[in-house]
Design a protein around this ligand. Structure first.
Ligand code: TPP
Ligand code: MG
Length: 909
């Protein structure tokens, strides 16, 4: 069974792994024994390092001779750190156990109590119970809070284990009993606790939203990477600070979890420590019932360049393993699959004796002196504070690589009949009375039967050794965790004048809004006040957006610098990688790029240093690709700009269905703290960016921006007088219609955004010249902002019926003008439809509903029925419906503009 040895991934693990290299049956057992004895002798005389050296050379020799790959990626199914190398847990282990037991109890009690109140309230018990030792050893010995002497470690706690964090915060005096009782009652209880880590809901407590599985994993990698970047750029001293992430073994199946592990290995992120809680179960059942998750992950991580520390067995196994000279015990350990390991821990000592040790009669004999109770007490590594301490100790000392700790635990540990190792344990929110009493006895909690039945919280007296220890440890490590900083020191923002070039228009030159944006960005990068704080982020699209000039100007960040002479080194704007580079050129990973966006955009909080990310990408590969991460960015209170480039279903015309974005604005409209704009002109881009900087950097408001940028070239006018307010609020009058001296000409109001505004402007000309209709044109920079304004006004009016009603901006602006309203955008009709209820009179909306396809812009706009001719047609139809013109005039337009009245609906083809 060579597969296992080479990859560690076969479903049924090899029976031979302990004693062979997967080369099949042993053809000469005597020879094998001689080799093994030789290894033993080297280990004994010169130590394990020397053994590794010799064997590595021997393996190399065999491989050169054509042996094929020889095992190196997985190690036997035992702890990576041998007992002799373990750093010892300082202090009193029993005291620490007592403290942990109290945290366990309170975490469980808060879920049980909430569910006594109402089974609606939810909560999880089993996950934290498997994790408690892994957290508590960290809290007591490793995790620094920010203080004068330490910048603070960043801990990504497992989302659904939040009761464990709350229970500890309660003991530390940060939360009251009332607050614990308000778990998952954030609306009805003042100070109620959020179900999961949400910085949006508990901004001074939670730092990182992790509960959407996989998100904590990838964002923790890019956080660690960003800390190296801050250090390299001389902005913040992050040396010595660690990023810890706690992940479930089931969570490892998420592509986001494993998707960036290679980056962490490649960049040697030794400030990153992942702890994978291998409790062998996910929600429905075993993670790898037919295999071993720890072995599989070991192979994956080692392949990705990580330092892997397996914490499989607890201290009580040490004597048995020390006596295992013939490898029989390790062989059985390797034979067993996780499905069996789960079952053992749901039964008892007698069962383990029969089904585990009973696999080999020699082993059965070897444990004959042990009682069933003693066998039951043989513990798992991740539940053993000594083993966990030793692993953390090595992890924080390790340099040059990220570390993953694969800790074997038991899901629902301590829950007994109410869940321990049971298939249903994940969702168990209740405990039977017997299970509660057994929990009390097992963890030796000083609670009466009465107190247990009522699931009362327990806090030892302030002067008890447990409380003194807890306080002393946290004081030594700088204070409580988690804790979140909400503001950073001030940073000055440039005035609008900085973007003078954009405000003055382009004259004869035609450019795209992308180019206008790149000029805005270039001006910011050069700015003395804020330039250093700008973080351009691109997933392999710089050339698409015309940003390659910045490679040379500010450099691409690489921890290695540039180890080669770039092919284009003779050119002015060569490809420059640099240890101090400013651009994050992420390669083709939108998930990674937005993780960098989050790290940079929350730097004000995590590092006390404001940074301003500008993340520019193909808009189609934005929200719809990484929507969950956008949501995490919002929850994290990320500040920065996301720029959806090559946007618009008909504007990015040559790429077809998969590329042409006609809906990202609708997707972003659902994010409460995202300000989304679809600007047309360079001055609009400049005004929005400058005001965004004012709000996010100067005022430190927790919002972020989404701007669509297009690649169509056209003239950009100078900014009209007084337009700033309208640009920011969502609309302003751009063109006043007139048809010579005719006073009574019919009039229409035309709305447009993005590139489609140019079609709308052209339609206005047509209406006036061909039909004598006066057309006012509005630039609508944000239908989404206008809708928000309308909703707020409407709500206020409902709640204040006797007051003077307020007016939505849309109503206020349009009711001062005359005529029906028509809108055209490069997005679905639903985009412009957002403002319908505040438009006075009739409102007709054109949009690009349907699948995109490639053709010329002109053809596409005709196909989707959003071009100038359709805008004119729609306006005439509205005027006819209102009785302002004859219906035959509408027919005239259809003929004149060669519109195919029988063409199929674009959504159907
Ligand atoms: C993206 C996502 N999918 C599904 C869920 C629902 N969910 C929450 S916890 C869980 C099981 C987690 O198992 P594991 O990662 O092994 O963690 P454990 O509780 O065992 O420590 C699931 C499916 C989620 N929170 N996020
Ligand atoms: Mg699990």
């Amino acid at each position: 069974m060579p597969g296992y040895i080479e990859t560690g991934r076969t479903m049924t693990d090899s029976l031979e792994t302990a004693s062979s290299n997967g080369a099949g049956a042993d053809i000469d057992a005597v020879e094998t024994t001689e080799w093994l004895e030789a290894v033993d002798a080297v280990v004994e005389h010169d130590g394990p390092d020397r053994a590794r050296q010799i064997l590595a050379r021997a393996v190399e020799r065999a491989q050169l001779a054509g042996s094929g790959p020889i095992a190196s990626i997985t190690t036997p199914y035992v702890n990576t750190i041998p007992p002799a190398r373990e750093a010892r847990l300082p202090g009193d282990p029993l005291l620490e156990r007592r403290l942990r037991s109290i945290v366990r109890w309170n975490a469980m009690a808060m879920v049980v109590r909430a569910n006594k109140l109402s089974s609606e309230l939810g909560g999880h018990i089993a996950s934290f119970q498997s994790l408690a030792t892994l957290y508590e050893v960290g809290y007591n010995h490793f995790w620094h809070a920010p203080s004068d002497s330490h910048g603070g470690d960043l801990v990504y706690f497992q989302g659904h284990s939040s009761p464990g964090n709350y229970a500890r915060a309660f003991l530390e005096g940060r939360l009251t009993e009332e607050q614990l009782d308000g778990f998952r009652q954030e609306v009805s209880v003042a100070g109620g606790l959020s179900s999961y880590p949400h910085p949006w809901l508990m901004p001074e407590f939670w730092q990182f939203p992790t509960v959407s599985l996989g998100i904590g994993a990838i964002t923790s990698i890019y956080q660690a990477r960003f800390m190296k970047y801050l250090e390299a750029r001389g902005i913040s001293e992050t040396e010595g600070r660690k990023v810890w992430a706690f992940l479930g073994d089931g969570e490892m199946d998420e592509p986001e979890t494993m998707g960036a592990t290679a980056l962490a290995g490649r960049e040697g992120l030794d400030n990153l420590i992942w702890v994978v809680n291998c409790n062998l179960q996910r929600l429905d059942g075993p993670v790898r019932g037919n295999g071993k998750i720890i072995q599989e992950l070991e192979a994956d991580f080692r392949g990705a360049g990580w330092n892997v520390i397996k914490v499989v067995w607890g201290t009580r196994w040490d004597p048995l393993l020390a006596d295992d000279h013939d490898g029989r015990l390790v062989k059985v350990m390797e034979e067993c699959v996780d499905g069996e390991y789960q079952t053992y821990k749901s039964r008892d000592g007698a069962y383990v004796r029969e089904h585990f040790f009973g696999k080999d009669p020699v082993l059965l004999e070897r444990v004959s002196h042990m009682s069933d109770d003693e066998i039951w007490l043989l513990n798992r590594g991740g539940l053993d504070q000594q083993k966990v301490y030793a692993a953390y100790h090595e992890a924080v000392e390790h340099t040059g690589q990220p570390t993953v700790i694969l800790a074997k635990t038991i899901k629902g540990y301590g829950m007994g009949v109410s869940g321990e190792g049971q298939m249903i344990t994940h969702q168990a929110k209740k405990m039977t009375e017997d299970a509660l009493l057994a929990f009390r006895d097992r963890f030796e909690l000083p609670l009466s039967d009465e107190q247990v039945r009522a699931a009362e919280y327990y806090k030892p007296p302030e002067d008890s050794p447990e409380m003194e220890f807890l306080r002393e440890r946290r004081a030594a490590l700088g204070g409580s965790l988690p804790v979140r900083r909400t503001k950073a020191s001030d940073l000055e923002v440039p005035d609008l004048d900085l973007f003078k070039g954009q405000l003055e228009g382009t004259g004869d030159r035609e450019i795209s809004t992308t180019m206008a944006f790149v000029r805005v960005l270039a001006a910011l990068l050069r700015d003395k006040k804020i330039g250093r704080r700008i973080v351009p982020i691109v997933p392999d699209e710089s050339r698409t957006f015309g940003m390659e000039g910045m490679f040379r100007q500010v450099g691409i960040y690489s921890p290695l610098g540039q180890l080669y002479q770039p092919q284009d080194s003779e050119q002015l704007m060569f490809y420059k990688e640099d240890k101090h580079g400013q651009i994050l050129e992420e390669g083709i990973t939108e998930a990674g790029s937005i993780s960098s966006f989050i790290a940079a955009g929350t730097s004000y909080s995590a590092h006390g240093e404001q940074m301003v990310p500008f993340y520019i990408y193909y808009s189609m590969f934005g929200y719809q690709r990484v929507g969950d991460l956008v949501w995490a960015a919002a929850d994290s209170r990320t500040r920065g700009f996301m720029l959806g480039g090559t946007a618009g279903r008909t504007t990015l015309n040559g790429e077809g269905l998969q590329h042409e974005d006609g809906h990202s604005h609708l997707l972003f409209s659902v994010v409460p703290n995202c300000r989304a704009y679809d600007p047309t002109f360079g001055y609009e881009v400049a005004v929005i960016v400058q005001d965004g900087l004012r709000r996010m950097v100067a005022e430190q408001e927790d919002v972020f921006y989404y701007l669509t940028l297009m690649n169509e070239n056209y003239h950009h006018p100078a900014m009209p007088e007084g337009a700033v307010d309208g640009i920011l609020r969502g609309m302003y009058l751009l063109r006043e219609g007139s048809v010579g001296k005719r006073k009574k000409a019919p009039r229409v109001q035309l709305l447009g955004s993005g590139t489609m505004l140019n079609e709308v402007l052209a339609a206005a000309e047509l209406l006036e010249s061909d039909f004598g209709v006066a057309a006012d044109v509005w630039s609508v920079t944000s239908f989404t902002e206008l809708r928000r304004d309308g909703i707020e006004v409407e709500r206020w009016n409902m709640l204040h019926p006797t007051d003077e009603p307020r007016r939505a901006l849309v109503s206020e602006q349009l009711s001062a003008r005359e005529g029906p309203v028509v809108a055209s955008t490069d997005y679905l009709r639903a985009f412009a439809d957002q403002i319908r209820q505040w438009v006075p009179g009739s409102y007709r909306v054109l949009g690009t509903d349907g699948f995109g396809r490639s053709d010329s812009r002109r053809a596409l706009r005709k196909f989707f029925e959003v071009d100038r001719h359709y805008v004119a047609l729609a306006a005439l139809k509205e005027l006819a419906d209102a009785g302002s013109i004859e219906p035959r005039r509408v027919k005239e337009a259809i003929d004149r503009y060669e519109i195919d009245a029988e063409a199929p609906m674009p959504t159907r083809v």
